[in-house]
Write a protein that binds this ligand. Structure first.
Ligand SMILES: [Mg+2]
Length: 269
């Protein structure tokens, strides 16, 4: 695929692209400095941290602190989508602080008469919350919403790599118990990309998405007509064959340094 064409803005995934857990990836800070002249935003399927906490984390890891408005998490995309569907909605949420905070900004928590049961990644699921959610869905007709489809996510806890359940895995018990099909918001679904594009005020075809996963970051952006760059610094390692049936990235690089070299607009001179 041709790598020609103008790029006016950049969307970036973070985990596996800029950092792993609490460790910034080599070249990530210098890559961000090189694209700093372009409008850019960060989009993540991870709903656990509120945008201000993500901005704080980026600053802690040595990146220039972004404006929290440049950070769009799947929790915020979920909240914005539900508010659009049903202004003043009531919800029962199962997940971490980032999800509760995003929903509370536009809706009202109500575990007796929720319109939506919203399940996000992170701690929160237990027997009690599963029971409440199931009853709201089966007896009161609440709709089941998931922040993101990821089955597992990588984390570093006390310096050790751990695999944690993703939003999709935590959503599954609700879907299985009720037999209803959940609406899932995060990448590869278009909503996160669309919110970011709207905030940047940029046309889809002039925006570059940089991600580490062919199935979510690249597939979702490519389907919208964005330019795409895969960096093989996350779970998708260098040398791994491209998954069948998924659109190929415009740039397929081992790391951000390679991508930086490949992007003609970043070349000096
Ligand atoms: Mg990632």
């Amino acid at each position: 695929m041709s790598a020609a064409g103008r790029i006016d803005a950049v969307l970036l995934d973070m985990d596996g692209v800029l950092y792993h857990g609490e460790r910034a990836l080599p070249d990530a800070a210098s890559f961000m400095r090189r694209i700093a002249f372009l409008p850019h935003a960060f989009i993540t399927n991870n709903p656990i941290l509120p945008p201000a906490a993500v901005a704080e984390k980026l600053a802690r890891l040595g990146f220039e602190r972004p404006d929290p408005a440049q950070i769009i998490t799947s929790a915020q995309a979920t909240a914005l989508h539900l508010a659009e569907q049903q202004p003043g909605f009531r919800y029962f949420a199962v997940g971490a602080a980032g999800l509760h905070q995003a929903l509370a900004e536009v809706g009202t928590a109500d575990q007796q008469a929720a319109d939506f049961v919203v399940v996000g990644e992170g701690a929160g699921l237990d027997y009690e919350s599963l029971t409440t959610g199931i009853n709201l869905i089966l007896k009161q007709g609440a709709r089941l919403i998931g922040t993101n489809p990821d089955t597992t996510v990588d984390a570093t806890i006390d310096g050790c790599h751990r695999i944690l359940p993703g939003g999709g895995a935590l959503l599954a018990p609700f879907a299985i118990a009720t037999g209803v099909e959940p609406l899932i918001i995060g990448k590869p679904q278009p909503l996160l990309f669309e919110i970011a594009l709207q905030r940047l005020g940029i046309e889809t075809e002039h925006c570059l998405m940089v991600g580490d996963r062919p199935d979510t970051d690249i597939a979702g952006a490519a389907r919208l007509g964005m330019r795409t760059a895969l960096v093989r610094t996350g779970r998708f390692a260098p040398g791994k064959p491209w998954p069948e049936g998924l659109p190929r990235a415009d740039w397929d690089c081992d790391n951000l340094e390679q991508l930086s070299d490949a992007l003609t607009l970043l070349r000096s001179g």
